[in-house]
Design a protein around this ligand. Structure first.
Ligand code: AMP
Length: 608
């Protein structure tokens, strides 16, 4: 039974049509009418979702501790505490080793979704039930109807969306552990989607499902180039992945053009499913197309190249909010600033959240409208503006504000309660209310609590970075040097981007030899080895993050940094070295004091 089905059972007949799964995807206007109704009735929808979650999960060990099997929503609000992953983790661990899903949910946990970020060094795994796929599909089904309102003719061509799966594993009890997108692309909801004019992708499913991201990227670009005149939309889920693919194209266009010229797929693509799926694209040699592409890629500038390679493209879609905003300038470079950049949705492993109802606005102005049928949403007000509460801080139950009661202009941290067993769980995202659509608030994504470094889907917090640096600096100490100070910076001027650490090092005895490059390289790899699973996967498997760099700065560089930041308004008494550099001036200052730079000599260890 889908969520849609569940909602059908309530007395309010106005919800009935939201529930009819068969309608989804085919009747585009209906989707928008449904959205209208859902947002007008947001309060009722949220109350209903909470009631359904409580009815479904009241017998779970977790909920009955606080609710004594009641399904009363007031009891929930009074008794159930606001929690972070530390509280959820022991339950996930028990399910991983074979205990019944009923300890947290009334439905079977069918997969654990590996979210980015860690809790005390452990990767976070979010429980999911089969019905969650219906919810995700529902959100996806709204995206094209929304776009169609603003851009015409989208049904007359194809989308080159560069989509990738990640490696997955099984728990001891046999539950798949995978990323939420991998779960979706492998699901029947995606693979058996009803084909219509609006989900006509250039990439065959077999190529999207190829576990080798380089081979997948090569084939997906090849399909997009072959179909270049038909491509109306370009995109990827995250801007980082889109740009990495364009940089891959910059490196490999000769091979791609050659394949098109001779009508034969490069032998480096060894994946059998990919080779089979690509046969149709390269059935005959196509020297005319090869000549056109060679002219564009080999003889013209790369600034604005996307519009020349895909002359009919109407927009580029990717997440460009939050940490992805760092990629806007690069995307504007390749698009020549003339192709709209569109952010359509906001989602996570815990739950999908919302959609952008004004998709053609500038990426910096994007607000997401929360869909009140995805989960039960509550908000922790961040009273003094952007001061972000930390994980340890206990948040009183009475502090929480419900979805329809948030106030325009205010900042909040997002809390979700889901069907799959998260109750009043702090997602960690900080949002600002920018307005309302009917009764539903619209939020600007401000930041993810604690995350200081992110290049792709990796999200490194201050504690993880500190622990990694602390481990690596022992290598220095063994060789008569100490690390006096450090900070970091996500360098996205390279593709892929990479983490930069600025280190001020002091020797602890007279006559110590100058820093040996091997020593610093060992420090680089040591930091990487102790960063989390997703970081190491991005580095070693996805190749979406480049080797970590340590830039050694001269003595006194961090004092100069303090002087600068104090001159910019930091309090001298409370000054703490920022563990990540945000201001352009601070970065310029540190870069001007660099005496040497070192990179990781190899990939960090990573196993599925
Ligand atoms: P994960 O659970 O690893 O998929 O990561 C989900 C997190 O990614 C969210 O909680 C946000 O912090 C971030 N995120 C997802 N979508 C967006 C978006 N559209 N804009 C900004 N951040 C996003």
């Amino acid at each position: 039974p889908s969520l849609l089905f569940k909602l059908k059972s309530i007395s309010d007949p106005s919800f009935a049509c939201i529930m009819d799964n068969n309608e989804l995807g085919c009747k585009r206007n209906d989707a928008l009418q449904e959205l209208e109704m859902l947002t007008v009735n947001a309060k009722e929808a949220q109350q209903l979702i909470l009631t359904k979650i409580l009815e479904s999960n009241q017998a779970s060990e977790y909920l009955s501790k606080f609710m004594n099997r009641s399904t009363n929503t007031s009891t929930f609000k009074r008794n159930v505490p606001v929690v972070t992953y530390d509280v959820v983790q022991p339950y996930i661990a028990r399910i991983s080793t074979g205990e019944d899903s009923s300890i947290i949910s009334g439905d079977r946990i069918v997969e654990l979704l590996r979210s980015s970020g860690t809790s005390r060094g452990e990767p976070r795994l979010m429980p999911a039930i089969s019905e969650d796929l219906d919810r995700r599909t529902y959100l996806y089904s709204l995206l094209m109807p929304i776009m169609n309102k603003y851009v015409s003719g989208l049904g007359e061509g194809k989308a080159m969306y560069l989509l990738f799966v990640k490696a997955e594993t099984l728990t001891n009890s046999g539950i798949p552990v995978r990323s939420v997108l991998t779960s979706y692309y492998k699901s029947p909801h995606f693979l058996h989607r009803k084909h219509d004019l609006y989900n006509n992708y250039t990439s065959p499913d077999e190529v999207i499902l190829c576990p080798d991201s380089q081979q997948s990227m090569y084939c997906q670009l090849l399909c997009g180039l072959v179909e270049r005149q038909h491509v109306l939309r370009l995109g990827a889920v995250f801007a980082s992945a889109f740009l990495r693919s364009i940089s891959f194209l910059e490196q490999h266009w000769c091979d791609l053009v050659n394949d098109i010229r001779i009508g034969k797929l490069n032998s480096n693509v060894t994946n059998t499913e990919c080779r089979l799926a690509m046969e149709g694209f390269l059935a005959l040699p196509n020297p005319e197309l090869a000549d056109e592409l060679e002219e564009i890629c080999g003889h013209g500038p790369w600034k604005g190249i996307l519009g020349r390679l895909w002359p009919n493209v109407k927009y580029i879609e990717a997440v460009l909010t939050g940490t992805m905003a760092q990629y806007i300038p690069m995307l504007e470079f390749y698009s020549g600033g003339r192709i709209p950049l569109v952010c359509t949705m906001y989602a996570s492993s815990e739950s999908y959240f919302g959609v952008n109802l004004r998709p053609l606005c500038k990426p910096t102005d994007v607000s997401y409208t929360i869909l009140p049928n995805m989960a039960y949403f509550e908000f922790i007000p961040l009273e003094d503006g952007l001061r972000v509460t930390d994980d340890e801080e206990v948040v009183g139950n009475d502090k929480l504000v419900s979805l329809v009661d948030v106030k325009v202009g205010c900042y909040y941290e997002l809390v979700v309660t889901t069907f799959s067993g998260l109750y009043r769980y702090r997602v960690g995202d900080v949002l600002q209310v920018t307005g309302f659509y009917n009764r539903v608030p619209q939020f600007k994504f401000i930041c993810r609590r604690n995350v200081i470094l992110s290049i792709d889907t990796d999200k490194t917090n201050e504690e993880d970075l500190h622990n990694s640096v602390t481990r690596a600096k022992k290598i220095l100490e063994d060789r008569n040097h100490i690390l006096l100070e450090y900070t970091s910076y996500p360098d996205t001027s390279t593709v892929p981007g990479h983490y930069v650490l600025f280190w001020e090092i002091k020797s602890t005895c007279e006559g110590v030899k100058p820093l040996d490059p091997q020593l610093l390289e060992s420090c680089c790899i040591s930091v990487e080895e102790s960063l989390d699973y997703i970081y190491r996967r991005c580095r070693a498997h996805d190749k979406s993050v480049g080797p970590l760099e340590i830039r050694v700065v001269e003595a006194g560089a961090f004092d100069a940094l303090m002087d600068l930041l104090v001159s910019q308004g930091s309090s001298i008494n409370q000054y703490k070295t920022p563990r990540c550099i945000e201001s352009g001036l601070a970065l310029k200052l540190l870069n001007s004091k660099v005496t040497a730079s070192f990179f990781s000599p190899r990939d960090p260890e990573w196993t599925v």
